[in-house]
Design a binder for this molecule. Structure first.
Ligand SMILES: *Cc1c(COP(=O)(O)O)cnc(C)c1O
Length: 501
């Protein structure tokens, strides 16, 4: 040992007995849990979780333990009660909401990160992957390479960050540093978009002090695409009335219909007013990696901010979104933490320890500080199957939506409610002479029957008064068998409810 240096402690965690918690033994713990997880993914009797509810509730619903039961008891509960009664959303027939399914590579990378890359600071391999995967993700999604990217927990926070940058930009134009000083007295900001804009935008406006009602929904067409000239008129009117236009929100994949706004025309409107253009691609943006779908996203590169959720179509664990902003310093002025005694910053010439350098200060461009090393999740996904694998998945899923559209268009008792743009399709059971009210009641009951009697679980969307059955294809496990199975089941159940044909 060099003179003056301090010996590093050599006792192995988990064997010292210094703490009540086991700190090692991962091999054994995972060997117990992994078979239960694999069994869960075979979905043998996953449908029985509700039937067994009283049983597992009784096993789990215990008072706060004064004395710990030990690791074995934890593993036992996980193996017997928790995992088998978990959420069967990874099932190939689960087509509801926009949930995705975490792939093995991504789950494993996430676990590895929880052990060896606990946080997103310092000079570690995990934090290098954050920067690398943000670059890869931008390239996959056809975003300009020089936009600043930052991860957060989901589309909700990703939209919040983007709207924070937009608000900063809008008020700096009138000489106010809103991040530092807050909104000027009496100032009213406005955010513009179509009727299908996700309500996390409204909430972001609320959190940012603009108020949820700052979102002004302008008219959209039947598929949910906003009318850019209506946005233009709204901004003109509001500016004349002394309101502050903060952002236009374009959708790269509307949540209900999958529609993609005319981003190039929205960019024209945004530029003509000097207003921020935000593109919400939480669900749909990965489709931009498919050459034949790319024209739909024309104008994307002109956005001031963009978001995408790798936990939807890309198959990372839940809790992963990226915000990209043309000028990252706006994020910093919007969200930086002012200096604090516990936030020591240092940048030595040549780091010796990994703790000599905190790495990029993303936490001054976000609303997070402690958070998992999500870069490894996205890296694992892309390293495993590459752009080709994602492209195949997107093509397959868009194909499924079109397949249902074709079947619905041809079938005498199905109606295609909105033609698909990406991998979402809205259709319904409909008999001749049935009005919307009657059709809605039938489709509601079709949905209940699907949930009760099958493992095919779409969700619904109410569009122009019509309750549509809305399967979303983002689950890598789904095959044509589930797709056709769903259409057949809707017809059979609908026929059964309305009298056989
Ligand atoms: C899902 C979704 C969101 C919200 O994302 P979370 O990750 O669920 O917070 C926002 N915008 C769009 C278009 C979405 O589809």
């Amino acid at each position: 040992m060099r003179e003056g240096s301090v010996a590093k402690t050599s006792s192995a965690p988990g064997t010292t007995g210094a703490d009540a918690a086991e700190l090692g033994g991962l091999h054994d713990a995972l060997s117990r849990i992994a078979p239960a997880l694999d069994e869960f993914l075979r979905f043998g009797d996953a449908d029985r979780a509700v039937e067994r509810r009283a049983e597992w509730l009784a096993a789990l619903d215990k008072p706060l333990p004064e004395t710990g039961a030990g690791l074995d008891a934890v593993l036992d509960d996980l193996e017997h009660w928790i995992v088998p009664n978990g959420m069967r959303s990874p099932h190939p027939g689960f087509l509801a909401y926009i949930m995705g399914r975490a792939t093995t590579a991504a789950v494993t990378a996430s676990l590895a990160g929880q052990v060896a890359g606990h946080f997103r600071y310092f000079l570690t391999s995990f934090n290098f992957l954050e920067q690398l995967s943000l670059r890869w993700l931008a390239e996959l999604c056809q975003l300009p390479a020089d936009h600043y990217g930052v991860y957060s927990s989901g589309g909700s926070t990703a939209n919040l960050l983007a709207m924070g940058a937009a608000r900063q930009h809008a008020f700096e134009r009138v000489g106010v540093d809103v991040g530092a000083d807050g909104l000027p007295e009496g100032a009213k900001g406005r955010i513009y978009g179509g009727t299908e804009v996700h309500h996390t935008i409204h909430r972001a406006a609320g959190v940012l002090g603009l108020g949820r009602r700052a979102f002004r929904a302008v008219s959209s067409d039947a598929s949910g695409r906003v009318d850019p000239s209506a946005v233009d008129r709204a901004i003109r009117d509001d500016t004349a009335a002394g309101l502050v236009p903060v952002a236009i929100v374009g959708l790269a994949g509307a949540t209900a219909t999958g529609a993609v706004d005319d981003l190039a025309r929205l960019a024209d409107v945004a530029e003509s007013h000097g207003v921020w253009l935000h593109v919400d691609g939480a669900y749909g943006l990965p489709a931009a990696c498919v050459p034949e779908l790319r024209p739909m996203f024309a104008g994307l590169e002109r956005a001031d901010s963009t978001i995408v959720d790798p936990h939807k179509w890309l198959g990372t664990p839940a809790g992963c979104a990226a915000t990209y902003v043309r000028d990252g310093t706006l994020l910093e002025r919007a969200f930086q933490q002012d200096p604090a005694p516990y936030l020591e910053t240092f940048t030595p010439q040549t780091p010796v320890s990994q703790f000599d350098d905190q790495g990029p200060h993303w936490y001054d461009r976000s609303v997070e500080l402690s958070s998992p090393a999500r870069g490894a999740w996205v890296w694992a996904v892309l390293r495993e199957i590459g752009v080709e694998g994602i492209r195949d998945r997107v093509r397959r899923h868009v194909g499924f939506a079109n397949h249902i559209a074709d079947r619905a268009a041809e079938h005498p008792r199905l109606e295609l409610v909105v033609p698909p743009s990406l991998s979402i399709v809205c259709f319904r059971y409909l008999r001749e002479g049935m009005n919307d009210e009657a059709a809605n009641a039938v489709n509601e009951r079709v949905m209940q029957t699907l949930r009760a009697e099958t493992s095919l679980i779409p969700s619904t969307a109410k569009l122009s008064g019509k309750l549509a059955i809305r399967p979303v294809f983002v689950n890598p496990a789904t095959t044509l068998a589930e797709v056709d199975g769903l259409v057949d089941a809707v017809v059979n159940v609908g026929d059964g409810l309305t009298g056989n044909d």
